[in-house]
Design a protein around this ligand. Sequence first.
Ligand SMILES: O=c1ccn([C@@H]2O[C@H](COP(=O)(O)O)[C@@H](O)[C@H]2O)c(=O)[nH]1
Length: 271
Amino acid sequence: MTTTQLVTQIKQKKSFLCIGLDVDLNKIPSHLLELDDPIFEFNKAIIDATHHLCVAYKPNTAFYEAYGIKGWQSLEKTITYLNTNYPEIFTIADAKRGDIGNTSTMYAKAFFEDLAFDSVTVAPYMGKDSVEPFLAFKDKHTIMLALTSNEGAFDFQTKKVDKKELYIQVLETSKNWKNSESLMYVVGATKAEYFAEIRKIIPNSFLLVPGVGAQGGNLQDVCKYGLSENIGLLINSSRGIIYASKNKDYALAATQQAKKLQVEMETILNK
Ligand SMILES: O=c1ccn([C@@H]2O[C@H](COP(=O)(O)O)[C@@H](O)[C@H]2O)c(=O)[nH]1
């Protein structure tokens, strides 16, 4: 998917919401556990109930890998279901990969070719030659961790290297990499006070922003300095939407939570 197609979808739906599909078998309604593939059935119901309110879905691969081959099959069925039934939706494999070049190429093939995701998250720690193999894929997007939502972000990311914070170095340096126009960045909603500085460096790049909802990040605070000319934000909420109810009404409850965020986003976009 191209960035233009993503922006068009955002404008049509008046939403820049990304829903995280982080499925934990201990948290889903118990009646689903009797089915052959509870993870897929849960995702299918959530997707059917929310696709009109969001522009992206983000399964975090950890929640699938934890269940071995069955979990990976559920992930495959979920992405195939999305690509077949809702091809306009932007898909993110939150896998946080990155390795030496030839290994990164294999990671990129796994998520872009085999599973046909539109994007994958990567860690910047191993540098240019670990990220450029992902950027070589046309109309695919590489979403690099910049300033993460967790407390541990302050351990390294905000530490100064050559008088500049590491996350700033990541943003500035990666702008010069081959095919860097395919880069997006992860910036946590819990770090709203950093968005103004970040936008000075990457005014137009899309930012994937996790941390709204369960982690306490605030949508209004993020949008104040995070919005760009082409909107440029994908705000993720996972647990706050998919676990809004533990009962049989879970899909309806997810719709209601997603709708709340979409309405807030529509108001912001209309300003
Ligand atoms: O900085 C980061 C990077 C990734 N995540 C991931 O996003 C979701 C957030 O889930 P919630 O339930 O809405 O808190 C999850 O998959 C994280 O691994 C992040 O939170 N922060």
